[in-house]
Design a binder for this molecule. Sequence first.
Ligand code: FRU
Length: 486
Amino acid sequence: MTGAAGRSAPPALDPDTPRYHVTGERNWINDPNGPLHHNGVYHLFFQANVHAPEWGPPSWGHVSSTDLVHWRRHPDALAPEPGRADADGCWSGCARIVDGRPVLYYTGVVGDGDDRVEAVCRATGSADLTAWAKDPDGPLVAGPPDGLDSGYHRDPFLWHDGREWQLILGSGTTSGERHGTVLRYSSHDAATWHYRGEFFAAPREAGGIDLGEHWECPQLLDLGDLTVLLLSCQDPKAPRPLLHTVAYTGRITGGAFHAHGPPHLFDHGDALYAPAAAVDAAGRTLVWGWVQEPLSEHDRARAAKVGALTLPRVVDTDKAGLRVRPAPELEGLRTGLLRSGPVPDPAGARGSVLCPAARQMEIEVAVEQPRGRYGVRVELSPDGTRALTVAVDAGAVTVTGPAPDEGCRAPLDAAGPAALRIYLDGSVVEVFAGDRVALTRRIHTTGPALGAVRAFAAHDGTRMDCSVWRLSATAVDEAPGGAADT
Ligand code: FRU
């Protein structure tokens, strides 16, 4: 990828570094920000700290694509500036077209800890979205409204409801059993904002899910018959504070969101957080998430890049509810078919070898009349002692590895056997089951060599069909000069 704005050569990457997922130019990234499809180009921004492999005052990195497969890097869109409302960070937000011009709404941060002020800031873009001018008059909303105890007042998400602009922010309560809230502002010109109070709140726990002490990055998805509110739940006191993202379905009435029932996990793995949504020219709702990367301090210090964005996911609904599946354009990542067709003898002792494993790989599994457990195993070491296992059994899909006791599980409600789609990219694993549920995990390998890909089934009569493709290792343009691979 181009050293954006004349930066030094790209860092050397290790085999665990994802290649076709969007990563930062170097060092650290977290949330995707402001996805926008404009004039036939998908723009994607993200929280970036190019100075160290850990979170630090973020800038907004920027990549774009015409096909959702090949990405080109641009100079950072936003960076913190001393003396401004974003002096200590340009935190998350969204991108919108307002009166024909691209605009970023973002969280400007000054100070730290209890003294931190989280303001709503704005920057207006050039027609190609590569040059951004911050508002000269300072933030649009200087900080939390009077009377709000919480300092959490961040991650603006805007929409126009046909009458006026609406803006929501993530926040939380500060007394009693703390819980998350979403605040709302409204405006006629998307510049002068009036505080309208709470848009949504829920107790600390709902539907058996811990919803954390406050919410970040609220996203509102208008899916026709259903409105979905995505909330990223944080508990600063938890061992892993960024708990997960939940999806509430419901409707907006009287300026507030009313949930139809308890929330569901948006992703059932242990890595996705802070997803951001955009509607493209075809009317599809696309969502990208941050793939977190839990590394020891030692490993982080040596990593060329930490953090990645998920593949674009199409989110929609059918009679059975919410569906999440990889964008069909991702077929364009395939650079070679490693095997396809029926699997001979999947019920043998260690399953059936499909092909040697590759670092960048897609695996599709279809089954007929399964009885009992079935799935695939990707050996992450030549002897197969470290492995990634994706298995369907008893109404659930599990993604296990690298140790046999490390894993995540998602219930599968839909009737019939679930087809599996598995994307591997270095340490990033994205699993889609039945085009309905997703699990994102990060699984680091240890050595330079991998083993085989195997398919297995508990029952002799199971008819399995598997295709495996090698995927591009250069879809994200890292070449100096900026030529994306085709
Ligand atoms: C979510 C988050 C956002 C914030 C950003 C800062 O991961 O905490 O709420 O704007 O990251 O980088």
